[in-house]
Write a protein that binds this ligand. Structure first.
Ligand code: NDP
Ligand code: 8X3
Length: 259
């Protein structure tokens, strides 16, 4: 029997766009209550207005550890018992040789993808252990499984997410708290626009001639992980568009039945 999400409290970081927004929509459709966190509050407000689900919004920069702790400690009583944490907030900046990388780009990726994810996990997981109930789902990447040229920093952050997911599962052994990682390949979101600092034309080239995953495709898998019966833990799911077979191998011509 699958795990019923009705009335469950789901905290989604990076809910203002892309995969996080799609997951918020999917959890809401499954009957969950949503805590939506991101820096762009207007985006969260617009999403909340569309969702037919109770929502609580947090304007949050996951890089700010005291703010993360304050946000979790300050949740209203009826929102405190978070059942599912989706650690999704993250980004890439540039594609550059490591010895030439902007220090600010390095800092932003490491601070968001690694330290931010750790801060949110560190703030939310103790409550799950105390309640003997919960599920932490991290959005990793195929970049955490295979490093590509000019992507050392982003790939390292996603390799760190893989290690954190593995380590968290080990450290939560003996509790019923579950840990999953969903690791996608190319997903068309605002990811590449952010990577290339707003250069939309360059971002579009990433998906040129092929059919990428959508946020909704990833949300399907996240929901699958979240709805397994309580004795089942999905540890790691790697998913790619059918036109992609590795970080560097993408087929950019029509595929029968696909595009
Ligand atoms: P988007 O750029 O569309 O969304 C990124 C989200 O992260 C936004 O909601 C943004 O919100 C949030 N975010 C970024 N920095 C911070 C911060 N400091 N504090 C809080 N929230 C933050 O990209 P995706 O949806 O594609 O990315 C979501 C996750 O998926 C990332 O972890 C990414 O690494 C991962 N991923 C993406 C893939 C892809 O090809 N698109 C493939 C594999 C993994 P705001 O700016 O409002 O704060
Ligand atoms: C995002 C996918 O291949 O651009 O994690 O690194 S990739």
């Amino acid at each position: 029997m699958s795990y019923d999400l009705t009335g469950k409290i789901v905290l989604v970081t990076g809910a203002s766009s892309g995969i996080g927004e799609a997951c918020a929509r999917a959890f809401a459709a499954a009957g969950a209550k949503l805590i939506l966190a991101a820096r762009r509050m207007k985006r969260l407000q617009a999403l909340a207005a569309e969702l037919k689900a109770p929502t609580y919004l947090i304007e949050l920069d996951v890089r700010d550890q005291p703010a993360v702790q304050r946000a979790i400690d300050g949740l209203p009583a009826e929102w405190q018992a978070v059942d599912i944490l989706l650690n999704n907030a993250g980004l890439s900046r540039a594609l550059t040789r490591l010895h030439q990388y902007d220090i600010s780009d390095i800092d932003e990726m490491v601070d968001t993808n690694v330290k931010g994810l750790l801060y949110v996990t560190r703030a939310v997981a103790p409550g799950m252990v105390a309640r003997q109930r919960g599920h932490i789902i991290n959005i990793g990447s195929i970049a955490g499984h295979a490093t590509y040229p000019n992507g050392a920093v982003y790939c390292a952050t996603k390799a760190a997410v893989k290690s954190i997911s593995e380590g968290l599962k080990l450290d939560l052994n003996g509790t019923p708290v579950r840990v999953s990682s969903v690791d996608p390949g190319l997903v068309e979101t605002e990811f590449s626009i952010v990577r290339f600092h707003g250069d939309k034309a360059r971002a579009d080239q990433v998906y040129d001639g092929m059919r990428p995953l959508t946020g909704a495709d990833v949300a399907d898998v996240v929901l699958f992980c979240a709805t397994r019966p309580p004795h089942v833990n999905i540890n790691d799911v790697v998913m790619m568009p059918v036109a992609q077979s590795s970080t560097g191998l993408v087929y950019r011509q029509p595929l029968p039945g696909v595009s």
